[in-house]
Write a protein that binds this ligand. Structure first.
Ligand SMILES: Nc1ncnc2c1ncn2[C@@H]1O[C@H](COP(=O)(O)OP(=O)(O)OP(=O)(O)O)[C@@H](O)[C@H]1O
Ligand SMILES: [Mg+2]
Length: 399
């Protein structure tokens, strides 16, 4: 249900890890170009790797941005990490097999894979990294591929410019800077989620308490007083008046029950429940309401959320819009329900208007389902509340 939010968050953070890879690798490439241009600086093929690595990120970042489900995003990410492992295996080989820092390159691949991917894909990428590492070691040991000593045979290591440059680049930028960024990005993501959850539960508690107050007031002021008046009418020998008051109470109780949870929503689904809501709204306000709904049932949490969202949008029309007509449209598109509540009222500037609980609650409901909600409005031009909610399962969910 929170898949949509998770998809957007994961995509944003994976995108950032790609960007930081590109910045780091771009810096590596820049330095490589400079040092390779210094006359007499020994050429080392290891310096070609940042270019290949940088190139590899480009098509994958493009692909990652286009994924619309968490699963496909994870698959593309896993494919990238697997290819990255292969590239790193080459790097390990060129950097002296099991020796020196080549080994550490796997750190990132393994951290990323096990943080972002589902367990199986994470283990597969880890397996590829381990396999690549073991393969290089074994092939070098048996002499099937040569063992490179990239920095040996020249000056002592700390005086060898290639060794020093590579150590600073890889150790300094490659690990500390990128690792610091990565850990911080993870921490930020969790902190944001934690804060959002804490805020949500606080708001839910407040809203629940408000709702209880409203119901208590309604039961006390309307039902309680009407029933008390009916008792007085009976005691005063006016059964006709008592009956009228009792009928009022029954009607009031029905309205209250319907407001708490419209029975039509469970029995017949969203569209009939919306039609009934629209009818009552039209009767009490005089505003013409049209409902065009999708056929068939939706998962019950989607029906509930969309009903609440549309109910709130109608309440805003009642209180703020001064509209003559409202159109509620719901449509099924591939894997999603798209909908709109459009009024021809006075409109408002959504960037200026203070957000009450209504608009943010609507966004909360839709966000809870992994969807998106946007308000389009301008003073004098009416208001459109548009939303898209992913629906993964088209079977009706009945309680
Ligand atoms: N359909 C609409 N037409 C005109 N103005 C609107 C409409 N919907 C919202 N607004 C404006 O946006 C503001 C915020 O709406 P929101 O529902 O968040 O809060 P509210 O209705 O003022 O209070 P509540 O928390 O009780 O819903 C409103 O005060 C109103 O100015
Ligand atoms: Mg409101």
């Amino acid at each position: 249900m929170v898949e949509g939010r998770e998809l957007a968050e994961t995509r944003a953070i994976v995108d950032r890890t790609f960007r930081v890879r590109r910045i780091t690798l771009g810096a590596f490439c820049g330095v490589a170009l400079v040092v390779l241009g210094v006359p007499g600086f020994p050429f080392n093929p290891v310096f070609a790797v940042p270019f290949a690595w940088l190139l590899l990120t480009l098509p994958f970042q493009w692909l990652l941005r286009r994924q619309r489900t968490l699963r496909s995003l994870q698959n593309v990410h896993a494919a990238f990490l697997a290819l990255e492992s292969a590239l790193v295996s080459y790097l390990v080989h060129r950097l002296g097999g099991v020796a020196w820092v080549g080994v550490l390159f796997y750190l990132f691949t393994v951290i990323y894979a096990n943080f972002f991917l589902p367990p199986l894909a994470g283990y597969v990428v880890t397996g590829i990294a381990l396999f690549g590492f073991a393969l290089v070691a074994a092939l070098e040991m048996t002499g099937l591929i040569p063992h490179y000593l990239p920095f040996a045979g020249q000056a002592p290591p700390h005086q060898d410019p290639v060794w020093v440059v590579a150590t600073i680049l890889v150790g300094g930028f490659g690990f500390y800077a990128v690792l610091a960024f990565t850990v911080r990005a993870f921490a930020t993501m969790y902190e944001r989620r934690r804060r959002a959850l804490a805020e949500l539960s606080a708001r839910l508690l407040t809203a629940q308490e408000e709702e209880r107050k409203r119901i208590a007031r309604k039961v006390h002021d309307e039902l309680g007083q009407t029933l008390a008046a009916a008792r007085w009418a009976l005691a005063g020998g006016d059964p006709a008046e008592a009956e009228r008051l009792l009928n009022l109470s029954v009607e009031g109780m029905r309205t209250l029950a319907r407001e708490l949870r419209p029975p039509l929503l469970d029995e017949l689904g969203l569209t009939p429940a919306l039609r009934a809501l629209a009818e009552r709204f039209a009767t009490s306000t005089g505003v013409v309401v049209e409902v065009e709904g999708p056929p068939g049932r939706l998962p019950s949490e989607v029906e509930t959320a969309l009903f609440r969202v549309i109910h709130e949008a109608l309440e805003n029309v009642r209180r703020h819009a001064e509209a003559r007509q409202v159109t509620i449209t719901l449509d099924r598109r591939r894997g999603a329900v798209v909908g709109e509540v459009a009024d021809d009222g006075k409109g408002f500037d959504p960037h200026r208007a203070g957000e009450g609980l209504g608009l943010s609650g609507m966004k909360e409901w839709v966000g809870f389902l992994g969807g998106e909600l946007h308000i389009h409005s301008q003073p004098g031009k009416g208001t459109r509340v548009r939303f898209t909610v992913p629906v993964h399962d088209s079977r009706p969910h009945r309680r």
